[in-house]
Design a binder for this molecule. Structure first.
Ligand SMILES: [Zn+2]
Length: 333
C-alpha cells in the first residue's frame, strides 16, 4: 500500500473512534486485554482488523465508501462487534454503534468539537509521518507496519538494519502477530552482532525470524487425497470432514489409499469408511485385514506415511482467505 494514499480524513475519524474506546475500559469483550494501551494500539489492534475484514482500507476511496448513502451500517456494526481472537477483541454493541456513526461521518458535534484542535494537529503530524520515506522511519514504526502484506521496501530496510540476522519475535505465529517491543530490542542487538535462532522472551524460548522470513504453517493432509490440505478438518476434494478421525485412523486410511485395495468410489461408501475410521483402527482392521497387517508393519518400523505439510504463505496471499491455495506449493516432510 502506498503511503501517500493514506486518507487523512479516515485517520481523523479513527482517532475519534479510538478515543471512545479509550475512555471506557469495559468497551471490549475481554477487559483483561492489555494490548490497547494507546490510541494507536486501539486503532491498530482493535479497529483496523475489523475494517479490513469488510474491505475498508486506509485510503480515500474507503473513506468515501463509508460516507456513501448506499453503505450498509449493519455490515460495519457486525464487523466491529466480532472478535478476531484475543488480539482484537469484540467491541460492545453500544460503543460499536457510536463508532459506526463516527466512521460514517454522522457523529454529533460533541466529541469532535472538543477534540478539534488536537485532531487537526494530529492528523497533520500523521500525514507528515506517513509520507516520510521508509528509510527515515524508526525501528518500531517499521516493525509495526511489517508483515507478509507490507511494502517490500520495509522488508529491505529491515534486512539492512538487521544485517540479515534473525530478530523478529511473534506473539502468535499462526496469525502473524509480532511482539513489537521485543523485536525492537533484538533488532538493536542484530545491528551490531550475531543473534541466535532461538531466544528467551518472558521465560519462554521463541524462534527468531529474519526479515522476509515468515512463520511456516503446518497443515494436515486429507488421508485419501495425497497433497490436498484440510481446512479446519474439511477436504475440498472429497467433501469429507476428518475432524473426528484420530491420527491412527487417518494413517490407516492413507495406507489403505496407497494399497491395492479399492477405496469406495461413491460418497456413501466414503462416508461409511470415515465412520469406521472414527471408531478406530480395530474396526478398520476387521474390514481391511490385509491393510491392517501392512499398517502394523509400517507402525513397527516407524514408517507410517506423513499427513502433514509445511507451507509458507506466499507474500500477499492470506491462507485464511484461500485455504486451498497452499496445496500447490506444499511439500510433505
Ligand atoms: Zn479428500
Amino acid at each position: 500500500m502506498a503511503k501517500s494514499l493514506i486518507s487523512v480524513n479516515l485517520q481523523k475519524k479513527l482517532r475519534s473512534a479510538a478515543k471512545i474506546l479509550e475512555t471506557d475500559p469495559s468497551f471490549v469483550s475481554f477487559p483483561e486485554f492489555n494490548n490497547l494501551s494507546s490510541t494507536d494500539a486501539i486503532i491498530q489492534n482493535c479497529i483496523w482488523p475489523k475494517l479490513e475484514s469488510i474491505g475498508i482500507y486506509n485510503d480515500d476511496e474507503s473513506d468515501s465508501l463509508l460516507t456513501d448513502s448506499d453503505f450498509n451500517d449493519s455490515d460495519l456494526l457486525d464487523a466491529l462487534t466480532k472478535s478476531f481472537g484475543s488480539d482484537s477483541p469484540a467491541i460492545k454493541i453500544v460503543r460499536a454503534r457510536r463508532i459506526v456513526s463516527i466512521l460514517r461521518g454522522q457523529d454529533g458535534p460533541m466529541e469532535v468539537a472538543a477534540d478539534k484542535e488536537i485532531l487537526t494537529t494530529e492528523a497533520i503530524i500523521d500525514h507528515i509521518k506517513n509520507t516520510r520515506p521508509y528509510g527515515q522511519w524508526k525501528d518500531d514504526e517499521l516493525i509495526t507496519e511489517y508483515g507478509q502484506d507490507c511494502d517490500s521496501e520495509i522488508v529491505n530496510i529491515l534486512i539492512k538494519r538487521s544485517g540479515g540476522r534473525p530478530f523478529v519475535v511473534y506473539i502468535d505465529e499462526e496469525v502473524g502477530v509480532i511482539d513489537v517491543e521485543e523485536t525492537v530490542k533484538i533488532l538493536k542487538i542484530a545491528r551490531h552482532r550475531e543473534t541466535p535462532d532461538m531466544f528467551r522472551v518472558n521465560g519462554k524460548m521463541v524462534r527468531l525470524y529474519r526479515a522476509g522470513d515468515f512463520p511456516t504453517l503446518i497443515y494436515n493432509e486429507c488421508p485419501i487425497h495425497n497433497g490436498i490440505l484440510l481446512f479446519e478438518g474439511y477436504c475440498d476434494k472429497c467433501g469429507n470432514i476428518w475432524d473426528n478421525v484420530g491420527d491412527e485412523g487417518r494413517h490407516f486410511v492413507r495406507v489403505l489409499a496407497d494399497s491395492d485395495e479399492e477405496l469406495p468410489s461413491d460418497a456413501i461408501g466414503r462416508k461409511q469408511l470415515i465412520e469406521l475410521a472414527e471408531e478406530g483402527i480395530e474396526k478398520l482392521g476387521e474390514v481391511y485385514p490385509r491393510v491392517k497387517m501392512e499398517f502394523d508393519d509400517l507402525k513397527k518400523e516407524d514408517n507410517l506415511p506423513s499427513l502433514k505439510s509445511r507451507t509458507t504463505t506466499a507474500n500477499g496471499v492470506s491462507y485464511r482467505r484461500d485455504p486451498f491455495m497452499p496445496s500447490i506449493s506444499s511439500k510433505s516432510y
